[in-house]
Design a protein around this ligand. Structure first.
Ligand code: BES
Ligand code: MN
Ligand code: ZN
Length: 496
């Protein structure tokens, strides 16, 4: 392996919907927790004896995973609890984790798969949750000298023949959304010795190039200079690795309707620049392009799903570094379109690159709505923690759509106010706007960005909290979470 980055994207298990069992593939039986007494089994569980159920103390609670009795033909019994959506998801996660613990390099190929007999009352949405849990809960990103441990390579979902078409559609969407989250995680987990702006742009464009009809254009530092992207150039100026702008275009033929523009912060590493960050925690700033990763991954999913909506994805990419050519506090920077910013803290670099991209979108793309996604402020992480993102919008309908889209795909957003009381603090004595106005950090950052939207309906997602996880929860594993990729897809899909 030449670079300390695994082959991207991470391979997820194949998911197949089928009507019949296959020999040699480990069989999984799902069970519900009964309020009192033994659990209730789905198909395939009839051979499990009461004595065995008692001996392993099976309860059927969600995520309970038990190897089936030897010679029973059942490899795993997995609990669904009451069968709520999140319990289906945790069953998927628990199953894959348990199965992978038992695999080694000697396990033959068919035995690296799983087949699950689904109970009759399993809804399409339940099955989709199970798939998401299985695909994302088993995600890992690790680069070692040794061959990586074998993964579950395929999951066969067994349903009656007359249900196959419906379940197929639900599973295909769940797989595409999970793949988006997973690819966003891959990009954000990649270390910044490999991940510079050129690498990120190339990797994003290459993945997009595999989707028919999805256009990808990489703009280099010369193009950025020619077009006046002063914010991107200022931030990227301190690094030996020059900035980029990735532009992804999805314009399905014959589709007129609204044009959605997605803008993602693509800081490939954030040292803070001259206003340098403390050493503690700085390594986490390799994920400071999580917003950009969400946009790239969402664009790929939008193309794969063939959504009949016009969408452009813009990811301004730069490394915020320290050197003799780094930008300084006190500098005045001219953005795309001419507006100037008085720099007061070089660590507020995200808004500098987003301002250019938002102004460029409003000026050249004729957008009906602009949505930006960024790990923008530590203040938002302090306000809301790590399980929910801040949402700012100058349009109530867009805000509603986002919150609803997020809820449908399991990502939570909390609407924050664009407080007019602070609006004039964005003004500067020496430039059009001041980069870091005093006051509540998440709010004033959003107010700064609003200056560049030219009145286009706009929303800003500050994902500084949920973009990273310290501990596993739900279908999230420690590291980058891929947060917001699914919401962007679902948000766009609501315009179709
Ligand atoms: N990338 C950081 C924000 C961040 C902090 C993301 C913690 C994830 C976890 C951003 O560029 C930043 O440094 N923001 C500053 C802004 C300040 C200088 C006005 C911050 O939040 O401290
Ligand atoms: Mn910063
Ligand atoms: Zn940053």
């Amino acid at each position: 392996m030449s670079t300390p980055v695994p082959t991207l994207p991470t391979t997820l298990p194949d998911v197949e919907v089928t009507a019949s069992r296959r020999d040699g593939v480990p069989l999984v039986v799902l069970s519900r927790g009964a309020a009192d007494g033994p659990p209730v089994f789905g198909p395939g569980g009839d051979g499990l004896s009461e004595a065995w159920i008692d001996s392993v103390r099976l309860t059927g609670s969600a995520g309970e995973t038990q190897p089936g009795p030897v010679d029973s033909g059942v490899r795993w019994v997995v609990g669904l609890g009451d069968g709520e959506a999140r319990q289906w998801r945790s069953a998927g996660t628990a199953l894959v984790k348990a199965a992978e613990n038992t695999l080694d390099s000697d396990t033959p190929a068919p035995a690296r798969g799983l087949q699950v007999e689904l109970p009759e009352d399993a809804g399409d949405a339940d099955i989709a949750e199970f798939v998401r849990g299985a695909l994302l809960g088993g995600y890992r990103f690790k680069v070692t000298a040794e061959e990586p441990k074998p993964r579950v390579r395929a999951i066969r979902l067994i349903v009656p023949g007359d249900r196959k078409a419906g379940v197929d559609a639900a599973v295909a969407k769940a797989v595409t959304l999970a793949a988006a989250t997973s690819f966003a995680r891959d990009l954000a987990n990649s270390p910044s010795n490999v991940k510079d702006p050129a690498w990120l742009a190339k990797t994003g464009a290459k993945a997009a190039g595999k989707v028919k009809g999805l256009g990808a254009e990489i703009r280099d530092e010369k193009w950025l200079a020619k077009h006046g992207f002063g914010g991107v150039l200022a931030v990227g100026g301190g690094s030996d690795r020059p900035p980029r702008l990735l532009e992804l275009t999805w314009a399905p033929e014959g589709v007129k309707g609204p044009h959605v523009v997605l803008v993602g912060k693509g800081i490939t590493f954030d040292t803070g620049g001259i206003s340098i960050k403390p050493a503690e925690g700085m390594h986490l700033m390799k994920t400071d392009m999580s917003g950009g990763a969400a946009v790239i991954a969402a664009m790929i999913a939008i193309g794969r799903l063939g959504l009949p909506v016009r969408v452009t994805g813009l990811v301004p990419m730069a490394e915020n570094h320290v050197s003799g050519s780094a930008y300084r506090p006190g500098d005045i920077v001219r953005h795309y379109g001419g507006k100037t910013t008085e720099v007061t803290n070089t660590d507020a670099e995200g808004r500098m690159v987003l301002a250019d991209a938002i102004a460029y979108a409003a000026d050249t793309l004729g957008p009906d709505v602009i949505l930006d996604v960024a790990t923008l402020t530590g203040a938002m992480k302090v306000s809301l923690g790590t399980r929910i993102a801040g949402l700012f919008a100058d349009d109530d309908a867009v805000a509603e759509r986002l919150i609803e889209a997020g809820a449908r795909v399991g990502e939570a957003f909390w609407r924050m106010p664009l407080l007019e009381e602070y609006a004039d603090t964005v003004a500067s004595e020496v430039a059009d706007v001041r980069q870091c106005p005093p006051g509540p950090g998440g709010v004033t950052a959003a107010l700064f960005l609003r200056e560049f939207t030219a009145g286009v309906p706009w929303a800003h997602l500050d994902i500084a909290g949920p973009a990273r996880a310290e501990k596993p929860y739900d279908d999230v594993v420690p590291g980058a979470t891929g947060f917001a990729a699914r919401t962007l897809v679902e948000f766009v899909s609501a315009y179709s």
